[in-house]
Design a protein around this ligand. Structure first.
Ligand SMILES: Cc1cc2nc3c(=O)[nH]c(=O)nc-3n(C[C@H](O)[C@H](O)[C@H](O)COP(=O)(O)OP(=O)(O)OC[C@H]3O[C@@H](n4cnc5c(N)ncnc54)[C@H](O)[C@@H]3O)c2cc1C
Length: 435
């Protein structure tokens, strides 16, 4: 970053009233002369600002139970502090409230965050899907309107892609939007919309030219889910929870200024967002994100690792799992996880140096989510009938959590496009095979 950029950063921060987004670092660090002093500064900042309940406990500390009122308050505070610093989106431009960090600085930040045993908070559909797309393809007003709210988690987003007749064949979507004055009037419905009942706004794919070939008549638009004409119906799952919704639109009015990119050119934006989504899912489900390795080591210290978790159910002999086949599967899965983590890290760094993720996102999404399913299946085998509990005194908390995690992992390879769809993308776009 050049000093002029930094000057602009100050200017825009005042303009946007982000008093604490930048300006905490010393002059040497801001001029990026020394990564080492940046590291020291980050380290002290983390020491001062990361609440104890938001990091792994140190020797002699008793962790607060997850979900306790104090831990919830601390989580809010941690989010607020990181957002004010731009650390929820470290590499985003500081002019919109992001951290404005270079790749090297972000790497240092993440190393220090991992060393403290915490995570940068605020991961959301906004930070990992819509935000990067807006920064790439939104206009200046749209960035100024939405990016700061995403960084601060002030607006939560739902993804309006799938429809009852359009999942894998997403371009077959039928929700219509017609231009009327300076608005679009939307009619139709979306399904499997994660968290729509708790979201503020939706980024939505709509058909704006019903006569064009199906990929050509689609637009990408944002609107408030509290708009008149929006009905949100949670879909009850077998667990009784309602993660998904069906969302109906009846003459919903969205401002035309919130259409991203050009009218009828939304398909390219939709695909770009899916690349970001697939990257996010592969980092979560597979444990293979750039932070996966360090995180897993620390988590393993605090919680039971896969092997520890399996031990009580398969028996231990001379410090080794007695069941040879299970031991083999556990080892293979751990090795595959480490390989995925390293590959993701290497490719992630290459991708950062370029322009965000490409079609390889499908490879990682496919591999990471299938690996996660494999991991969950092995644990289920290891836990035996204890893995099949839903409630009741006969089960320990980690066993009940496993049952839910195992079932949830099935959705990993469906959301963001199924594994079969990823294989189609890999065949066509990565390997260059004919249709
Ligand atoms: C946990 C979860 C969260 C989700 N969240 C959201 C959300 O927030 N917003 C949203 O819009 N959607 C969301 N979805 C929906 C998701 O994107 C779709 O379920 C997915 O794209 C598949 O579409 P479908 O369910 O219509 O299945 P279909 O497309 O009907 O597919 C059925 C089966 O046919 C296979 N198939 C279909 N076409 C092909 C092909 N060409 N080649 C090979 N096999 C094929 C599929 O792989 C699948 O096995 C979510 C889904 C899940 C599971």
């Amino acid at each position: 970053m050049r000093s002029t950029d930094l000057d602009n950063r100050h200017y825009y921060c005042h303009y946007l009233q982000w008093p604490t987004a930048v300006g905490h670092f010393s002059k040497e660090v801001r001029s990026m002369e020394s990564l080492e002093s940046f590291r020291q500064e980050v380290r002290s900042w983390l020491e001062e600002n990361c609440p104890a309940s938001q990091r792994l406990p140190r020797d002699g500390e008793t962790p607060l139970p997850w979900g306790s009122p104090q831990a919830v308050e601390d989580a809010k505070l941690w989010l607020e502090r990181c957002a004010n610093k731009g650390f929820t989106c470290p590499s985003w431009p500081a002019e919109y409230g992001g951290g404005g960090l270079s790749n090297e600085q972000e790497k240092v930040l993440r190393q220090e965050v991992a060393a403290v045993g915490t995570q940068l908070p605020g991961m959301s559909f906004g930070t990992h899907m819509l935000g990067p797309v807006l920064l790439e393809l939104g206009n200046e007003e749209q960035k100024r309107r939405f990016i700061p709210d995403i960084i601060h988690n002030r607006l939560t987003w739902a993804q309006g892609y799938s429809e009852p007749g359009a999942g894998s064949d997403l371009a077959g979507l039928q929700t219509r939007a017609e231009r009327v004055g300076d608005e679009y009037v939307i009619n139709g419905s979306k399904i499997w919309t994660t968290g729509a009942n708790n979201a503020d706004w939706m980024f939505c794919l709509v058909r704006t030219d019903p006569d064009a070939p199906k990929h050509d008549g689609i637009s990408f638009i944002l609107f408030d889910l509290k708009s008149p004409g929006v009905t949100i119906s949670p879909i009850e799952l077998i667990s009784g929870a309602s993660e998904f919704c069906q969302v109906f639109f009846e003459d919903v009015r969205a401002k035309a200024e919130n259409l991203i990119g050009e009218k009828n050119k939304g398909w390219a934006i939709a695909k770009r967002l899916l690349q970001y989504e697939r990257t996010m899912i592969s980092g979560m489900g597979g444990g293979g994100g750039p932070r996966g390795g360090a995180k897993r080591k620390r988590v393993a210290k605090r919680y039971r690792s896969m092997a520890d978790m399996a031990l009580p159910y398969v028996g231990e002999k001379d410090g080794k799992l007695a069941d040879f086949a299970l031991r083999d599967q556990l080892t293979q899965t751990e090795m595959d996880t480490i390989c995925l983590t390293l590959t993701t890290k290497r490719v992630g760094e290459e991708v950062k140096a370029q322009k965000g993720p490409g079609h390889t996102a499908s490879m990682f999404k496919w591999y990471a989510t299938e690996l996660n399913k494999r991991r969950q299946e092995i644990l289920t085998t290891a836990l035996g009938t204890q893995a099949l509990g839903w409630e009741g005194e006969g089960f320990q908390a980690h066993e009940l959590a496993h049952t839910r995690g195992w079932l949830r992992s099935k959705g990993n390879s469906i959301e963001g496009g199924t594994s079969e769809v990823q294989m189609n993308v890999i065949a066509k776009r990565v390997l260059g095979l004919p249709d």
